[in-house]
Design a protein around this ligand. Structure first.
Ligand code: ADE
Ligand code: ZN
Length: 340
């Protein structure tokens, strides 16, 4: 099964580019820009990846992001992620970036977008990986900041496919950003929001009703409201689930307790993603292997997760059909067992 999963074509829809910053690159950039990181070595930094909850992760994630200064830093960050994608048979990615984390430090939006985009173009020509960009709004900041950020992104409107909502969920409900997301929808952008990761099921309702999202990021706490689960199934709402993230941030005590398989069995449009792979112990394949070891999915269920991701992606129909054809051409392994 390991080899079959390794070569299975993959689609990633929930990936924070700042969350792909590996400690080695963080230290290299810190030295280049003469910035102090909160730990003395790569090893010490990696050891600090023992998080109590979402906020304890975010505190370190924002601190490490300070090493990203110029266009080349964003290019190198993104290129390193795409090289990993290439080794793991990831063929299409929809990437989040957090401009407020950078513009608040005086780094222009153009530096961030142009660095990421240069790598995405190269990833397409070198590896054949297609991609889209999603600008995420930081929910711990206020709605005025969100609106200013969306206005600053207007010159890049056609290079951004959608707007997301991330950062600390508890106490920052989707209702705080109704006007900002009305504005985003009016620009023709797709809408996604982190909801029901640490926050309650009600935040998922708000994301649906107030922000009118096209996808829910995480959403695993939907199970606390059976009427919500039924509604998500009725409207075929995609959930971008991130198993290693959820166990590392203690949303679930262990992978064996993760509800990904239950949600899939309930007919929800679940997809699997890596969220912040440098911090949570792995990229797409490591997420799949951890899930396989704990929950033992069938090949048909793995195919279903990938099909769901193709259908939930923000690419045009013809491109989706090509990805479906590529998946259909990938053969099953007969008599496949866990240890194979
Ligand atoms: N898992 C996560 N939840 C909320 N905001 C984030 N920003 C980066 N990773 C995140
Ligand atoms: Zn996320």
């Amino acid at each position: 099964m390991h080899e079959w999963l390794a070569n299975l074509p993959k689609i990633e829809l929930h990936l924070h580019i700042e969350g792909t910053l590996e400690p080695e690159l963080a230290f290299e950039l810190a030295q280049r820009h003469q910035i102090a990181l909160p730990y003395p070595s790569v090893e010490a930094l990696r050891e600090a990846y023992n998080f109590a909850d979402l906020q304890s992760f975010l505190d370190l994630y924002y601190q490490c992001a300070e090493v990203l200064r110029d266009e080349d830093d964003f290019y190198r960050l993104t290129m390193a992620y795409l090289e990993r994608c290439h080794t793991q048979a990831v063929t299409h990615v929809e990437i989040f970036f957090d401009p407020q984390t950078h513009t608040a430090r005086g780094i222009p939006m153009s530096t961030v977008i142009e660095g990421i985009e240069r790598a995405l173009k190269e990833g397409e020509t070198r590896f054949g990986i297609s991609s889209q960009l999603i600008l995420c709004i930081l929910r711990h900041l206020d709605e005025e900041d969100a609106l200013a950020t969306l206005n600053a992104a207007l010159p890049y409107r056609d290079r951004i496919v959608g707007i997301g909502l991330d950062s600390g969920e508890q106490g920052n409900p989707p209702s705080k950003f109704t006007r900002a997301f009305d504005f985003a929808r009016a620009q023709g952008w797709k809408i996604v929001a982190h909801a029901g990761e640490e926050g309650p099921a009600d935040y998922i309702w708000q994301a649906l009703k107030l922000l009118k999202v096209d996808r829910i990021d995480h959403g695993v706490r939907c199970v606390e409201d059976p009427s919500l689960v039924a509604h998500l199934r009725d409207i075929n709402m995609p959930l971008t689930v991130c198993p290693l993230s959820n166990t590392r941030l203690r949303v679930f005590h262990s992978m064996a307790e993760h509800n990904l398989k239950t949600l899939l069995d309930q007919g929800l449009r679940v997809t699997l993603n890596s969220d912040d792979p440098a911090y949570f112990g792995g990229y797409m394949l490591e997420n799949m292997l951890a899930v396989q070891e704990a929950l033992n999915l069938t090949q048909a269920q793995w195919r279903q997760l990938t099909k769901n991701a193709i259908d939930a992606s923000f690419i045009d129909h013809a491109h989706q059909q090509r990805l479906h054809a590529q998946l259909d051409a990938y053969p099953d392994t007969p008599h496949c067992s866990d240890s194979a």
